[in-house]
Design a protein around this ligand. Structure first.
Ligand code: NAD
Ligand code: 89V
Length: 344
């Protein structure tokens, strides 16, 4: 009901936040009552689209004026630490977009700040929540293919991400920090924490500054080896953006998540093929519907965790391990060495 619904604010009314605001409208137990963006035009346009009347161009002014249970931070990475610390100071539960931080120091400081406030911190690390990927994770966790020993998590595309998100072409770092972070997180969700990683990177597209290809080899603590490969320079059909494809070998069988959201499980001479296509929500648009659906799922997970008093699976503390993989991958690509996660 209205009385028990958590009241939240969203900061950063840009490209991706529109999905988050659509999803909040579908979610029971929480509502967005205020918006903040330092760009007054984006703020006004978003306020109009979603009928939210309390608007601020300054986050500190918003925290001073509003009584909020939670804040949803949808800005780019540079502003995350000051905004998360401000939110913790105001006693709010926090969701923060990925990449959570550019350095481990910033990430650890944010986790500590929200912990000290006794509140919940979730990183909007949504790829492991995509329903097709989730189905694969649940199948592996159920033991259907026995103990896994090999995995490949692949994301290869030629989709023009730069027109919607121009900053992706401008940073010194690109694909591991922006997209590889999701794919590394899926590998962690499937195979557990990582002992060491080796990586190569390359820039193929001459019009961007950072790397648009990365190939990573992970040795997981539990004994699985995984290959995590990402590219925004792959011209092929079918164009699979934004699908993550999986190939997993277990002691008793194999699992694949193939292009077109086809989940294939082979065990004991039998094969099952399941169509795990995500629903297209009323406000969603192909090919983004896969990601858009996961936004609703992860935001609902946040509300459910606060209700239940449990930690989100993709908590800030959990995300430190995914961020450490990002840092370690860049270090490996730079030095040519295998990097141990214990040193990050
Ligand atoms: P964007 O640049 O379109 O939007 C960011 C907005 O934040 C801008 O309107 C900007 O004015 C505002 N802003 C920045 N600093 C602010 C501050 N201190 N106070 C108030 N407003 C501020 O960026 P985007 O493409 O929407 O991406 C935002 C974040 O979402 C990025 O970190 C990106 O990596 C992430 N993202 C996640 C997914 C996903 O699937 N999880 C997909 C796309 C983008
Ligand atoms: O999902 C993301 O984080 C996006 C994109 C799919 C373009 O990499 O930035």
């Amino acid at each position: 009901s209205e009385e028990t619904s958590m009241k939240g604010a969203l900061i950063g009314c840009g490209f991706f936040a529109q999905n988050q605001l659509h999803a909040w409208r579908d979610i029971d137990g929480a509502e967005i009552v205020a918006l903040c963006d330092r760009d007054p035009e984006r703020l006004a346009a978003t306020a109009e689209t979603f009928g939210i009347t309390r608007t601020y161009t300054d986050a500190a002014a918003m925290f001073a004026a509003e009584e909020l249970d939670f804040v949803d931070i949808a800005t780019t990475v540079q502003s995350h630490r000051p905004l998360v610390e401000m939110a913790a100071g105001a006693g709010c539960h926090v969701i923060c977009q990925k990449p959570f931080a550019e350095t481990m120091d910033d990430a650890r400081a944010m986790v500590a700040a929200v912990e000290a406030a006794g509140r919940t911190l979730m990183v909007h690390e949504n790829f492991r929540w995509q329903s097709a990927v989730r189905k694969a994770i649940e199948t592996v966790r159920s033991g259907a293919i026995g103990t896994p020993f090999f995995g490949r998590v692949a994301f290869r595309s030629g989709y023009d991400v730069y027109s919607g998100q121009p900053y992706l072409a401008e940073g010194e770092r690109f694909i591991i920090e922006d997209l590889g972070i999701h794919i590394l997180d899926i590998s962690r969700a499937l195979f557990g924490d990582v002992e060491r990683i080796a990586a190569t990177t390359k820039r193929v597209n001459p019009k961007i500054r950072g790397e648009d290809v990365a190939t990573m080899l992970l040795a997981h603590e539990g004994g699985v080896t995984s290959v995590v490969d990402c590219s925004y320079a792959t011209r092929r059909t079918p164009e699979t953006f934004p699908q993550s494809l999986l190939e997993i070998d277990g002691a008793e069988g194999t699992l694949r998540l193939d292009a077109g959201y086809s989940l294939v499980v082979q065990t004991g001479g039998n094969e099952t093929v399941t169509d795990v296509s995500p629903p297209i929500l009323p406000w969603a648009e192909r090919p983004w519907h896969n990601i858009q659906e996961s936004v609703r799922i992860i935001q609902q997970h946040f509300v459910a965790c606060i209700d239940a008093g449990t930690q989100p699976e993709t908590s800030g503390a959990d995300n430190l391990k995914t961020l450490a993989l990002v840092q370690a991958a860049y270090r490996s690509a730079e030095t040519g060495e295998t990097v141990r996660l214990s040193g990050i």
